[in-house]
Design a protein around this ligand. Structure first.
Ligand code: HEM
Ligand code: HEM
Length: 224
């Protein structure tokens, strides 16, 4: 980029999206660890927290900050392909939110995690543990959803691997650091790039509380 173009710090990621991201990273890792260590109650707890965070994130994707909104970051497949076609070009980072290709990957990861946590509610381990809604499904369907739960995790692992490789590729090929903005929220952008409108923190907190309540009710009322 022309070095004379003045850059200014712009808050692109709000705190709720950043906290959502890093909490998901920790909790997906912990869900895996807890299964490896057979800490089933902690596995369930971690899964419920992920479910509440996903409900929050999906609604925030409709009513939240510009950069969190699905309508903003899900463009046409043609736009995604166009973005990928100049992947090897070294160019300044002018993205205010997810890029045209990354947006679809984000949607895929959110959906996979939703299926993962949702199927877990109906899963059983054939020994003494079952998700709180397994009894509603019956043994045969619960078994099939348990297989889905295992299969989905493989897909989550593949998606996360591609996701992290993409972030590394942006750093190496394009010299764009996407990670720092996901930590601090801030990118340095030319003054010509308008700042996004960010949602209110109290709205996000209320929404998160409502999502947590919905999961507690689901587990305790529909469950047993
Ligand atoms: C379990 C592992 C991970 C999962 C499930 C995951 C999932 C996601 C999701 C869902 C988003 C979209 C955020 C949103 O709009 O709410 C995202 C964005 C992002 N993630 Fe991850 N992530 C994982 C690990 C990582 C790691 C280890 C890194 C760092 C190397 C990373 C770096 C990023 C960055 C930089 C973005 C923003 C990309 C952009 O600028 O468009 N993620 N991730
Ligand atoms: C996104 C969150 C979750 C992740 C990443 C995750 C991951 C996993 C993994 C990797 C396994 C082992 C699968 C296998 O051996 O084939 C597993 C098993 C299991 N999970 Fe989850 N899980 C999540 C959420 C949940 C939830 C919310 C529940 C229920 C409340 C749950 C209940 C179970 C049960 C009962 C098993 C044992 C199944 C068996 O023995 O084959 N999981 N989970």
């Amino acid at each position: 980029m022309d070095r004379r173009v003045a850059l200014r710090p712009v808050k692109v990621w709000d705190a709720p999206v950043r906290l959502f991201h890093w909490a998901i990273v920790l909790l997906v890792g912990f869900s895996w660890l807890s299964i490896e260590e057979s800490w089933m109650q902690l596995h369930f707890l971690s899964g419920y927290t992920i479910l509440a965070l996903l409900i929050f994130r999906i609604v925030w994707g409709v009513i939240g900050s510009d950069t969190a909104r699905f309508s903003r970051f899900l463009g046409s497949p043609a736009a995604a392909l166009r973005h990928l076609s100049h992947f090897r070009r070294r160019e300044p980072d002018l993205e205010v939110g997810h890029n045209a290709a990354g947006g679809w990957m984000v949607l895929l990861m959110l959906l996979l995690l939703l299926v993962q946590a949702g199927s877990g509610l109906f899963a059983n381990d054939d020994v003494m543990n079952e998700g709180p809604l397994a009894h509603l499904a019956g043994k045969a369907l619960s078994d099939r959803l348990t297989s889905l739960h295992g299969l989905t995790f493989t897909l989550v692992q593949i998606a996360v691997l591609l996701h992290v490789l993409a972030v590394i590729a942006y750093a190496v090929v394009k010299r764009q650091d996407l990670v720092r903005p996901m930590v601090t929220g801030v990118k340095r952008l030319p003054a010509t790039v308008p700042a996004p409108r960010l949602g209110r923190l109290w709205t996000a907190l209320s929404l998160l509380g409502a999502a947590a309540l919905a999961v507690v009710l689901l587990v305790n009322v529909a469950g047993r």
